[in-house]
Write a protein that binds this ligand. Structure first.
Ligand code: UDP
Length: 137
């Protein structure tokens, strides 16, 4: 059994896609083990995306991620890190496979609706950034 962190980004929340995204997880048999809505400060967004701090898109990305509420979730299931990445689709929605969340809903390489951890190590760090063990069911 594996855990991963999923985020419905500010564009997904403001466009009314919370239910749509969660429906796709539940339809795949992925368990939602924790969930909350947050509005990150710029500093909190910078902390979350610290691995990207040298990238040219860092400032814009952290402005976007702190621009409105997000939904953060811990997903649980077998091989859930990869299964979530498969449901999300490629970072660039233009390269995402049809039927993925990003292909269906993203409007921009930055505003791509969802985040998902990309490795067990990052999943553990990202889950701990938002949740205590007591909040994970
Ligand atoms: N991003 C961006 N421009 C880029 C690459 C990434 O704005 O050229 C944003 C996009 O929102 C992406 C996030 O930065 O989801 C993190 O990038 P990463 O490469 O980790 O992609 P992900 O794991 O989210 O697919």
């Amino acid at each position: 059994m594996e855990r991963t962190l999923s985020i419905i980004k500010p564009d997904g929340v403001s466009r009314g896609l919370i239910g749509e995204v969660i429906k796709r997880f539940e339809k795949e048999g992925i368990k939602i083990a924790a969930m909350k809505m947050l509005h990150l400060t710029k500093k909190e967004a910078e902390g979350f995306y610290a691995v990207h701090k040298e990238k040219p898109f860092f400032d814009s990305l952290t402005d976007f991620m702190s621009s409105g509420p997000i939904v953060v979730m811990v997903l649980e299931g077998e091989n859930v890190i990869q299964r979530n990445r498969d449901l999300m689709g490629a970072t660039n929605y233009k390269e995402a496979k049809p039927g993925t969340i990003r292909a269906d809903f993203a409007t921009d390489i930055e505003k791509n609706v969802v985040h998902g951890s990309d490795s067990p190590e990052n999943a553990q760090k990202e889950i701990a950034y938002f949740f205590s063990e007591l909040e994970i069911h």
